[in-house]
Write a protein that binds this ligand. Structure first.
Ligand code: AHG
Ligand code: MN
Ligand code: MN
Length: 330
């Protein structure tokens, strides 16, 4: 199509980008595109709820405790419902697994179709909502194995099996970050046209940056190697940045470099962050951006989960910074 006038308006939407990506894979059937479309729709709804929470009375505690043993915020429940409703209508989804639900939800059995499983943390960092701090949604897309009858077993796959992963950050703007295994793309919501528009394709994390992100309040109960790393960092000009929302901390690390970690602690001997919908998707994104991600000695993506809500230690970020921490852990 010849360019008639160059108004240089960005019209490369998330949908257009996915369709272009899909065109590169002749075997792609379009099912996958509908899943991303559903997540995008849910994200716009969640962004609206998050940004108007105080006006609509959606702020504060829901009054119940979830399977994690954490008090649910009203917006945890609202976000969970939005994603379940948007994804529930997509024929290509077989199983949904959420941080907020004890068990995965089976939407379709193997012979009813449903090529994919979608796992998600509907609202990450929700304890920060009352103070206006950035929160997010994290998602991971796996292939459904119709021969495995048990939903829990179907979703407990290594991160290397992910078809796609991403997050939405409800921060100073609404950012959608996505990888389908072909690099990392960054989109920003244009609220005036209601579309996520491509801001940067092939995002790369800087190889080094003297910033570490960890909750140092628990440092005395970290394994010794982490404590020795922190002492070294204190003596070598490092800065510390910790927001307490994984999506916000990881997004900053992706764009500016550095290292984010949630080590084992006395309270959470396996670490606090959950593998299937926090560590695994974020590790996929980090590696696709040229970074690294480890859970203990093992590459995070090669961990084999046994339970839906299984927790693992998280160490991710710039390759140079992650390797520096690993030197102390050996
Ligand atoms: P969620 O709100 O989904 O439960 O996740 C909270 C997580 C993660 O966002 C963050 O990195 C971590 O909790 C912060 O934990 P601490 O307050 O223990 O540092
Ligand atoms: Mn979370
Ligand atoms: Mn959450």
């Amino acid at each position: 199509m010849p360019m008639r006038h160059d108004f240089s308006e960005n019209l490369m939407s998330l949908q257009s980008h996915i369709l272009l990506e899909e065109a590169k894979h002749p075997s792609a059937s379009g099912d996958f595109t509908w899943i991303i479309s559903a997540i995008s729709l849910a994200a716009k709804s969640i962004a609206n709820h998050v940004r108007r929470a105080r006006l609509s009375g959606a702020i504060g505690k829901f009054g119940e405790t979830n399977v994690q043993g954490e008090e649910q915020q009203k917006l945890d429940v609202i976000a969970n419902e939005a994603i379940m409703r948007c994804l529930g209508t997509r024929a290509s989804v077989a199983v949904l697994a959420s941080e907020e639900d004890d068990q995965p939800t089976i939407l379709r059995r193997g012979n009813e179709g449903g090529k994919y499983c979608v796992l998600f943390d509907p609202l990450d960092g929700s304890s920060n909502l009352d103070t206006g701090v950035g929160v997010g949604t994290i998602f991971s897309i796996l292939r459904n194995d119709p021969h495995i009858p048990d939903a829990q077993a179907t979703v407990c796959q290594q991160g290397t099996q992910q078809v796609a992963a991403g997050y939405v950050l409800y921060g100073s703007s609404t950012i959608f970050v996505l990888t389908t295994g072909n690099g990392v793309a960054l989109f920003e919501l244009d609220p005036f046209i209601g579309s996520f528009l491509l801001v940067k394709d092939k995002v790369r994390i800087p190889a080094a940056n003297k910033v570490y992100s960890v909750n140092e309040a628990y440092a005395s109960t970290f394994p010794d190697g982490y404590q020795r790393y922190l002492s070294w960092a204190h003596a070598n000009g490092y800065s510390s940045r910790y927001i307490g929302s994984m999506v916000a901390d990881v997004h900053r690390t992706l764009l500016t470099g550095g290292v984010f970690m949630y080590p084992p602690t006395k309270k959470n001997p396996e670490g606090k962050l959950r593998y299937l919908y926090e560590a695994s998707p974020m590790a996929f994104i980090m590696e696709q951006a040229g970074g690294l991600a480890y859970s203990g000695e093992r590459r995070t993506l090669e961990h084999q989960p046994r339970q839906v809500h299984e927790r693992v230690p998280v160490l991710l970020g710039s390759s140079g910074e992650v390797e520096k921490v690993r030197e102390f852990l050996r």
